[in-house]
Design a protein around this ligand. Structure first.
Ligand code: 4AD
Ligand code: MG
Length: 451
């Protein structure tokens, strides 16, 4: 018996094609009894975020009283039926001929997922069951499109994908947020989970020219915020011979491309998200990016803008300060009302590998999005060996450990640039979800490791 997926049935214009009986399998999302004895089921097999309605006339179903009467929301079933156009809507419905319950719900009263609304906080506590909800189904579909769009974007431009290592002995960012690997004496040196594949990726850029990586990143991030995870995914790219301007262009084109793909492939999901959040701007937020509404501005200018604003958060800031979330919010949501690309940060607040400009700034960029904050960070890499060593010393890093990174500068060094993008952060903007913990299937963060 060949089953047809529900998406195909929902989308079809030609129900005549299915004159004969068809077979479907899936899970019951909702069950409604009517006074006249007819039963309506909503069935879903994951292929679509929308359910298909099944109509059961108990008189026409063989084992109804013995078995089928026990169907509850959550059961898995297989079904033989006939597809018809619904007389009341433009939707299709299946009139059941035969039903088999594959898996019952033990104690339906205790089943944690009911057809009613569940808060995201509640669903997080049952991360093993939350994939059964429409919201998580929706996010999964958008996430899938985004992953493949990113690969497509780089593949179309002949970038080579390099799987950089997860176990490392180096702290790329020099920010000491590394998770230690405890397996005793295994490597005969200290080992950690990687905070960025950038340094390894640079080795390949210095031969293949255009490379990228995409994989899990681990940071012992102690701050409990709605945008920090201990395990998240990062897409990074490194491009030989490229300067800041060129990687900014690549990063913007990457965003335009991905947003277009999402609108093309997940329009229905985006519309559902607008209903879910009761926010009509979601589509508009995506279209804004596609229409290239992104502001580029120097760090120096940003400081001036914030200082001019006389309130509690402007008083804290001076040249050399980090841009804090309240500043980012003000700039992207109130002042510019667009994502912003902040360029040329002070050297003292950026990593050792950043290339110094003629003043005391580095050739760097951060892309900040409304509602989310920093999504992308990158810049030009210091390709001059002497200057690189100087930076390593300024940042008080162990120079010996970077011997191979220095080799790239010793042997045929070349100007190169790159950036890293927080995958779940970008998903936060696209889906308008407020907490990054809902954008990764099994979130890991401080004091929390479940499932
Ligand atoms: O700005 P970050 O730290 O940059 C780097 O790691 C560079 N080595 C990247 C590169 O140039 N190749 O991290 C990059 C992005 C951030 O902009 C942010 O979007 C995301 O990674 N990110 C996190 N996302 C979720 N949870 C966390 N704890 C994150 N920390 C950073
Ligand atoms: Mg950063």
């Amino acid at each position: 018996m060949k089953c047809i997926n529900i998406l195909k049935l929902i989308k079809t214009n030609k129900i005549d094609k299915y004159k004969k009986h068809l077979y479907i399998k899936g899970w019951i999302k909702n069950k409604r009894n009517t006074k006249i004895g007819i039963i309506f089921l909503d069935i879903n097999d994951g292929s679509s975020i929308n359910n298909l309605q099944v109509i059961i006339n108990p008189k026409k179903i063989k084992n109804f009283k013995k078995n089928i009467i026990k169907i509850t929301s959550g059961c898995s079933i297989s079904l033989k039926g006939v597809i018809k156009n619904s007389p009341k809507s433009n939707k299709k419905e299946i009139h059941a001929v035969n039903i088999k319950i594959l898996g019952y719900i033990e104690n339906p009263e205790t089943y944690p997922i009911s057809p009613k609304y569940h808060s995201l906080e509640y669903l997080r506590k049952i991360s093993h069951l939350r994939p059964r909800t429409k919201i998580i189904n929706t996010i999964s579909k958008i996430r899938n499109t985004l992953i493949f769009s990113l690969h497509n974007f780089f593949q179309k431009r002949n970038f080579i994908w390099i799987p950089t290592p997860i176990i490392t002995s180096l702290d790329t960012e020099g920010s000491s947020k590394l998770f230690k690997i405890k397996e005793k004496n295994f490597f005969k040196k200290k080992a950690f989970l990687t905070v960025s594949g950038q340094l390894n990726l640079e080795t390949y850029a210095c031969s293949l020219s255009k490379v990228y990586n995409f994989g899990p990143i681990f940071r012992a991030e102690r701050s409990i915020t709605n945008k920090h995870l201990a395990e998240f995914w990062m897409l990074e790219t490194e491009i030989a011979f490229a300067n800041l301007k060129q990687i900014i262009t690549i990063s913007k084109n990457m965003l335009y491309f991905c947003f277009k793909q999402i609108l093309k492939k997940n329009y229905e999901e985006i519309i559902f998200l607008s209903e879910y959040h009761k926010n009509k701007n979601i589509l508009n937020n995506l279209e804004k990016i596609i229409n290239k509404k992104i502001t580029e501005i120097n760090y120096n200018e940003i400081i001036k803008i914030i200082k001019k604003k006389e309130n509690f958060f402007s008083s804290k800031i001076k040249w050399g300060s980090n841009i804090f979330p309240e500043h980012e919010k003000f700039l992207t949501e109130k002042y510019f009302k667009t994502p912003i690309i902040i360029k040329n940060f002070p050297q003292k607040i950026k990593a050792f590998y950043m290339k110094k400009n003629i003043d005391n700034t580095v050739s760097s960029m951060d892309i900040i999005f409304p509602f989310v904050g920093e999504i992308i960070g990158g810049g030009e890499r210091e390709e001059n060996i002497k200057k690189l060593i100087k930076n390593i010393k300024i940042k008080k890093l162990n120079e010996k450990k970077y011997w191979w990174y220095k080799d790239l500068r010793k042997y045929g060094t070349v100007k190169h640039s790159g950036f890293g993008m927080g995958f779940e952060r970008l998903l936060m903007y696209i889906t308008n979800m407020k907490n990054i913990r809902d954008l990764i299937p099994f979130p890991r963060y401080i004091n929390y490791l479940k499932f």
